[in-house]
Design a protein around this ligand. Structure first.
Ligand code: SF4
Ligand code: SF4
Length: 561
C-alpha cells in the first residue's frame, strides 16, 4: 500500500483516499464541519486546511488526494493560524448562545472554538440577524443564526434520503438554508439531519430543551422498530428515555436510522399504560397480585391441563433468550410441541434505505431459538383452529398483541379456559388474560436480536426496573461492569415492576418442580449456544458492540447504506 507522512508519522492509505480519510483511518483527527464520511465532498467550511510540503498554498484535507511520499502537517504554525482564522470568520455572526443551545456539549463548533478559537472577538459591529425557530418540517426546527452553511443537511436529503427538500438561498453572509417552495423537510429520515448538523442549527421538535446532554447517560442498543436492527444509543435521564440516536455500524445502518424508529419505539417504554404488577382474573374481577402468588396460580392451573391441551406463542418482538426459554418450557417442562409465533409484516413500511417490511426486530431470532412446532405439534393456524374446536384449552403468550393484529382472535381467545400473557403495556389481548405478567421492554433488559441479514446483536438495559434493582443488590459491581449493566440504580424516575420473559418462565417452571439455574440473560444465551448449532461457540463478548453475522440464509437482500 502507498504511504504518506502525517505529522511525522508514516501511514498507509488506500489509493483514492483523501488526506482526511487516510488520517482518520490512523486516528489522526483533522477538524472538519462540512466533510462527512458518507456524503459527497463540498469543501466549503475550510476548517480542514493543512500544510502539504511542496504545495504553494494550504490544502483542504477533505478533497486533496493522498499521494505516495506526500508530507502533511496538521499542527504546523501555518495550519493552526489558518484554522484559527477560519474559526474567527465562522464565529463572526454566530450568536454564541451555547447556554441555551441543545447542541452544547456535543457541538463541533463549541469544541473547535475551545481548541482553536482566539477566545475573544475582534468583531464589534452588529451581528447579522437571521430567522430563528423556523419549522422546516414536522420534526425538525431550524435556527438560521446558528447555521454555518456547511450543507451537510442538503447533501443528506439529496444523496441518502433521495428526497431533495433543502437548498441554500441568498449569498454571502446572508446565505441560509430553506425548503424548496411547497416542500417540507419530512422525508422518513429527516431527523438524521439533526445528528449530522455540526452545530445546533437543526433541533428535534421532540427533544428540544428536554435535557442537557451531560445530564443523560447513553446505552448501546438496537432499535426494535423493524428487522433492520439499526444500532442506537438510548439517552436517559432520571430513568426516563429522552431520545434515541443512531450508532454507527457499517454492516447494518451506517450512520442512520429512520424517524419512525427514533420516535415510536421509545413511546411504549415511557407510556402510562405500562402493566404495573402481575394481575389475576377471578369471577369477581381482575386484581393485582404479588409475583409469587401469580407464579403459584399459573403453575397450579397449568397442571390441570393435559399437555396436548396447552399451546405456546412466542414473539418476534422478544429476545432470542426469551424465545429460547419459552421453547424449552413448552417442550421440556410441559412436553408439548404446540409452539409457534406470529410474523408481522407491513409492505408499506419498507423502503430502499433501511426500513424492512418485517416490523419486528427478531423474526429470525425467534425461529432460530426454536419457536416452531415439533413432534407433530401445531403451528399458529393449527393452534387457532384447535382453540375454536375446544381441543386447545390453555394458551401461553409472550409479548404479542394477537387481537389488534387480527380482530377475530378476540372471539377465539375468549373460548380458552386459561390464557396466560406476558406484556409490557395493556392492550386488547391483555384485557382477555386470566393471568397477566408485566414483561420488560427492550430498554430494560439484556438479550439478543437477529436482524434480517442474520446479524446477531445485543440489547442492553438503559433504564432500571424494580426487579433489576433487586438483582443488583445481590450482585458484585465487578460483574455488573463485565455484563455492561450500567443503568443508574439510584435514578429517581418511575420504575416499571417488570421482568424479562425468560425470568418469569423459569419462576413458573420452578413452581412446577423444574428448577432452572439461570440468573442472567447471558447464562440463558450460553445454554442456547450449547444446544443450538447456529449459535454454537458464541458468547456476549464475541457479539460485542457491532454484532456478528450468523451462518443463516437471509430472507431479503441487504440494502446498501
Ligand atoms: S443547518 Fe446545520 S447541517 Fe444544515 S447547513 Fe446549517 S450548519 Fe450545516
Ligand atoms: S429502519 Fe427499522 S430498525 Fe432502523 S431505525 Fe427504522 S424502525 Fe428502527
Amino acid at each position: 500500500m502507498p504511504k504518506l507522512i502525517i505529522d511525522k508519522q508514516e501511514v498507509e492509505f488506500k489509493p483514492g483516499q483523501t488526506i482526511i480519510e487516510a488520517a482518520k483511518d490512523h486516528g489522526i483527527e483533522i477538524p472538519h464541519f462540512c466533510w462527512h464520511p458518507e456524503l459527497s465532498v463540498s469543501g466549503n467550511c475550510r476548517v480542514c486546511l493543512v500544510e502539504v510540503e511542496k504545495m504553494p498554498k494550504l490544502m483542504i484535507a477533505c478533497s486533496t488526494l493522498a499521494a505516495e511520499g506526500m508530507v502533511v502537517h496538521t499542527q504546523s504554525e501555518k495550519t493552526l493560524a489558518a484554522r484559527n482564522a477560519v474559526m474567527e470568520f465562522i464565529l463572526i455572526n454566530h450568536p454564541l448562545d451555547c447556554p441555551i443551545c441543545d447542541e452544547a456539549g456535543e457541538c463541533k463548533l463549541q469544541d473547535y472554538a475551545y481548541q482553536h478559537g482566539e477566545g475573544e472577538s475582534r468583531f464589534t459591529e452588529e451581528k447579522n440577524h437571521k430567522l430563528k425557530h423556523v419549522e422546516l418540517g414536522p420534526r425538525v426546527m431550524f435556527d438560521g443564526e446558528r447555521c454555518i452553511s456547511c450543507s451537510r443537511c442538503i447533501r443528506f436529503c439529496d444523496e441518502i434520503a433521495k428526497d431533495p427538500e433543502l437548498t441554500f438561498v441568498q449569498r454571502g453572509d446572508r446565505v441560509t438554508i430553506t425548503t424548496f417552495p411547497g416542500e417540507q423537510l419530512d422525508n422518513p429520515y429527516s431527523m438524521n439531519t439533526i445528528d449530522i448538523c455540526p452545530v445546533g442549527a437543526l433541533t428535534s421538535k421532540d427533544f428540544r430543551f428536554a435535557a442537557r446532554v451531560w445530564d443523560m447517560s447513553s446505552t448501546k442498543s438496537i432499535c426494535p422498530g423493524c428487522s433492520r436492527g439499526c444500532n442506537i444509543d438510548i439517552w436517559v435521564r432520571n430513568n426516563e428515555i429522552l431520545r434515541l440516536t443512531p450508532r454507527y455500524n457499517k454492516d447494518v445502518n451506517s450512520y442512520w436510522m429512520c424517524d419512525d424508529g427514533r420516535l415510536n419505539t421509545l413511546k411504549h417504554v415511557n407510556a402510562d399504560d405500562r402493566i404495573d404488577s402481575p394481575y389475576l382474573k377471578t369471577e369477581t374481577g381482575t386484581f393485582k397480585v404479588a409475583w409469587d402468588e401469580a407464579f403459584a396460580e399459573a403453575s397450579s392451573r397449568i397442571k390441570s391441563f393435559n399437555k396436548n391441551e396447552i399451546a405456546f406463542i412466542g414473539s418476534a418482538y422478544a429476545t432470542c433468550e426469551d424465545n429460547f426459554m419459552l421453547a424449552k418450557f413448552a417442550r421440556s417442562v410441559i412436553g408439548t410441541g404446540n409452539l409457534d409465533f406470529v410474523r408481522h409484516t407491513n409492505p408499506e413500511f419498507k423502503d430502499e434505505l433501511l426500513k424492512t417490511a418485517d416490523v419486528t426486530p427478531n423474526t429470525l431470532g425467534a425461529e432460530l431459538a426454536g419457536v416452531k412446532p415439533s413432534n407433530n405439534g401445531l403451528d399458529f393456524n393449527g393452534i387457532k383452529k384447535s382453540i375454536k374446536e375446544g381441543k386447545i384449552k390453555a394458551l401461553y403468550l409472550i409479548d404479542d398483541d394477537l387481537v389488534s393484529n387480527d380482530p377475530e382472535m378476540e372471539n377465539v381467545l375468549s373460548k380458552l379456559d386459561l390464557f396466560i400473557v406476558h406484556a409490557a403495556n395493556h392492550n386488547k389481548t391483555t384485557a382477555l388474560a386470566d393471568i397477566l405478567f408485566p414483561s420488560s421492554t427492550f430498554a430494560e433488559k439484556n438479550g439478543t436480536f437477529v436482524n434480517i441479514d442474520g446479524m446477531i446483536q445485543r440489547i442492553r438495559p438503559a433504564v432500571s426496573t424494580v426487579d433489576a434493582d433487586r438483582a443488583i443488590d445481590g450482585m458484585a459491581m465487578s460483574r455488573l461492569d463485565k455484563f455492561g449493566t450500567k443503568f443508574d440504580r439510584w435514578a429517581k424516575g418511575k420504575k416499571a415492576d417488570a421482568r424479562a420473559n425468560w425470568k418469569i418462565l423459569i419462576s413458573i417452571a420452578g413452581a412446577l418442580g423444574h428448577k432452572m439455574k439461570f440468573n442472567m440473560a447471558e447464562e440463558v444465551f450460553t445454554e442456547m449456544s450449547n444446544s443450538i448449532d447456529t449459535f454454537k461457540g458464541l458468547n456476549y463478548d464475541d457479539i460485542g458492540e457491532s454484532g456478528m453475522k450468523l451462518k443463516v440464509p437471509v430472507t431479503e437482500p441487504n440494502v446498501k447504506v
